[in-house]
Ligand binder design. Structure first.
Ligand SMILES: Cc1cc2nc3c(=O)[nH]c(=O)nc-3n(C[C@H](O)[C@H](O)[C@H](O)COP(=O)(O)OP(=O)(O)OC[C@H]3O[C@@H](n4cnc5c(N)ncnc54)[C@H](O)[C@@H]3O)c2cc1C
Length: 338
């Protein structure tokens, strides 16, 4: 705590132009619209200031939590008073490289990236046009939809490795992308700064038509009118989480302001005034009921930050937060056989 206050003072002194929000409500920075205040949230305007902040935190043996578009996160109502968050929202450089690949910084939104590709007659990112996250968050999660994943189009990723403050370029293979997983999740401490994407030349009109079709499907099926963090649970092997939840009779089930969407049972939505505890409790209930009904154990897809989440040296910039209430390794008790 003391180290954090020292770091904040030094960051303010060294980077007087930095946008630094103190005791900022996290509900304003995530798609769920849930979360109490964080001690400090910095919004650097470029990679140089981001790396300088990381360096100043490191001097105090602290590591930041990196925020993309906040579309896959559940923050605690109690807030995070011992945390320093860095948002990538202003890292938005985006251009074509001479060899036709796309260079994009971490804060570029996936929808902007998909439109840019379309405008340049490049196919392969149509799936991403309706995903509300940033490229950085997308790399961490290997974001995907409708049969496409970032894994298919990323050529390389540049990241800052917090423990040694070095910049590293990882090839697609080194990123070890899997279903909603990546190298970055198993190796905490990497801040994704930018990526190069390799796409296929195609007719711009046809690309646009495919994007429209997928976005139409999304609007038809998903509860886009209510705050959420997207799919609450990962797709279990051989099943669909939404179908299992619906078969367990949970469509529309609520705890406080959190509800299993009536439109798509795979989403937990905030119907107004939901607390993080409403969401935790609802997710626990879903998991227990689905397990009792079908024997399938659902694993959360969204990243849940516990109220006692703290900064640590080499601390996680990626989803390795302590999940105190929904521990994915802890299976619910076996249902009674009687
Ligand atoms: C309505 C809705 C629909 C959605 N549909 C889909 C879908 O179809 N497919 C899909 O895959 N997802 C979907 N999502 C979930 C979400 O958009 C994706 O997981 C997205 O990739 C998250 O990006 P983000 O920028 O919002 O990340 P955040 O939520 O901000 O962060 C997610 C994680 O990544 C880390 N992180 C973010 N940026 C960086 C960085 N630069 N360096 C290091 N760590 C970083 C954060 O610390 C956090 O651990 C949906 C969400 C919503 C709300």
């Amino acid at each position: 705590m003391e180290n954090l206050e020292k770091a904040i003072e030094k960051i303010k002194r060294e980077l007087p132009g930095l946008k630094l929000l103190e005791n900022e409500p996290l509900s304003a920075h995530c798609s769920f619209r849930i979360g109490g205040p964080v001690r400090a949230l910095a919004i650097p305007s470029d990679v140089t200031s981001l790396t300088r902040i990381c360096c100043l935190l490191k001097e105090q043996e602290l590591a930041p939590f990196i925020l993309g578009n906040g579309t896959n996160l559940l923050f605690p109502d109690e807030g995070l008073q011992e945390l320093f968050i860095i948002s990538t929202e202003k890292l938005t450089k985006l251009f074509l490289l001479p060899d036709g690949a796309i260079y994009a910084e971490a804060g570029v939104s996936l929808s902007k990236l998909a439109s840019f590709a379309q405008q340049n007659g490049l196919a392969g990112l149509e799936f991403a046009s309706g995903i509300p996250g940033s490229l950085g968050g997308g790399c961490i999660m290997n974001a995907g939809a409708y049969g496409g994943e970032l894994k298919d189009v990323i050529e390389s990723v540049v990241c800052l490795y917090l423990p040694d403050q070095g910049m590293y370029e990882l090839t697609n293979e080194q990123c070890a992308f899997g279903y909603r997983s990546s190298y970055f999740q198993t190796h905490p401490g990497c801040v994704v700064l930018s990526a190069v994407l390799r796409l296929q030349p195609d007719d711009g009109e046809q690309i646009a038509a495919r994007m429209r079709e997928l976005n139409e499907k999304r609007r038809e099926k998903q509860p886009l009118d209510l705050p959420s963090a997207g799919s609450a649970f990962k797709r279990p092997q051989g099943h669909f989480a939404a179908a299992l939840i619906e078969q367990a009779g949970l469509k529309g089930y609520s705890v406080g302001g959190a509800q299993v969407s009536e439109k798509h049972a795979g989403f937990v939505v905030n119907t107004g005034g939901a607390t993080s505890h409403d969401v935790y409790d609802l997710m626990l209930h879903i998991r227990k009921t689905v397990y009792e009904h079908s024997g399938v154990f659902l694993e959360p897809e969204m990243i849940i930050l516990a109220p006692d989440y703290k900064l640590e040296d080499h601390g996680p910039a990626v989803p390795r937060h302590r999940i105190s209430i929904l521990d994915p390794n802890e299976a619910p008790e076996e249902p009674d056989q009687a």
